[in-house]
Design a protein around this ligand. Structure first.
Ligand code: PMP
Length: 306
């Protein structure tokens, strides 16, 4: 991976090689770290880099921190400023991915959240596709269950809970699938290992509600708005049963890293006609234009690096 030369580390921009965390740090020992994953896209016509919805990403990050009893001396705007500073330092001219983290930074043994120092850090990496087969992914149902809100906040992006995502992803990949659909404790479809899920059923776009243990995805929210406003499609948030995946007309998954992934098979059954469907095709094209700041109506989602 093509990592950034610099990182923002505990209060200042430093060479990435100096952004080091001790092995005795709480966030490393206990997974008491929260994070976000943002993208910035290069617009070749404008010769500019645009960060996609950083306010929403930092808002969710600060909410995750709140759930984990963390405090840092920045608000959303402050975090956007230091992001722009960091991106200017390395002068990126390609699509990139940013990984901000807030973590319990004190050293030593003792599992808890209180009376511990919190720190913020961020690094950047060049980033292309997350899933190679993003136009014809084969999904399976994971035998793992999605973490429940009463176990670890599912709507928070807590590092420790990504052990669940890693178990899901590795088992799916080793069994020959591209990604997995994960059910929650009630047996409803929740999401993927690190992406939200949508399906077209009888011409309506359906996605699980925030109360079915999903991460409240920013791509999910953007796609819902684009589907409603630009394609005139009805979008419904409701619980989804497992077998609905076998009779959906289209299925796709969304995430910052994944973008919009078309699923064309679920456990060897073709989704719809077994090829990427028309709604997924339109949304993917529209989304790519929106994230690259090519559509004036949505330019408030793009923060220019200048
Ligand atoms: N669910 C999980 C578990 C994730 O890790 C991600 C990636 N952040 C998503 C959904 C998608 O969220 P977003 O669109 O905000 O990246």
């Amino acid at each position: 991976m093509d990592l950034s030369k610099h990182a923002f580390f505990e209060g200042k921009i430093v060479p990435l090689a100096d952004a080091k965390i001790n092995i005795a740090v709480h966030g490393f020992l206990y997974g008491t770290t929260v994070f976000s994953g943002m993208r910035a896209y290069w617009n070749e016509d404008k010769k500019r880099l645009f960060v996609f919805r950083p306010y929403e990403h930092f808002h969710r990050l600060l909410n995750s921190a709140r759930m984990m009893a963390m405090e840092i001396p920045y608000d959303e705007e402050g975090l956007i400023w230091l992001t722009l500073d960091l991106l200017r330092t390395d002068d990126w001219k390609e699509d990139i991915y940013l990984r901000p983290t807030i973590y319990k930074a004190d050293m030593g043994i003792g599992v808890r959240l209180h009376n511990l120092r919190d720190e913020f850090s961020m690094f950047v990496t060049a980033f292309d596709k997350y899933l190679a087969n993003d136009s014809n992914a084969h999904l399976t149902f994971s035998s793992w269950r999605r973490i429940d809100d009463n176990v670890i906040p599912a709507r928070g992006k807590v590092s420790g809970s990504y052990a669940n995502s890693a178990l899901i992803k590795t088992d799916a990949n080793r069994a020959g699938f591209d990604e997995a659909i994960v059910l929650d404790q009630n047996g409803h479809i929740s999401e993927g290992s690190a992406m939200n899920i949508f399906m077209m059923r009888d011409g309506i776009l359906v996605t699980p509600p925030p109360t079915d243990n999903i991460l409240e995805g920013i791509t999910r929210r953007s796609v819902m708005e684009l589907a409603r406003n630009e394609l005139g499609i009805q979008v419904v948030e409701r619980s989804i049963d497992r077998t609905e995946a076998f009779i959906a007309e289209e299925i796709f998954m969304t995430g910052t890293a994944a973008q919009i992934v078309a699923a064309t098979k679920v456990d060897f059954r073709p989704v719809g006609k077994g090829v990427m469907g028309p709604i997924t095709t339109k949304l993917r094209a529209l989304f790519d234009d929106v994230v690259r700041a090519k559509i004036p109506k949505y330019e408030q989602w793009n923060v220019e690096v200048k």
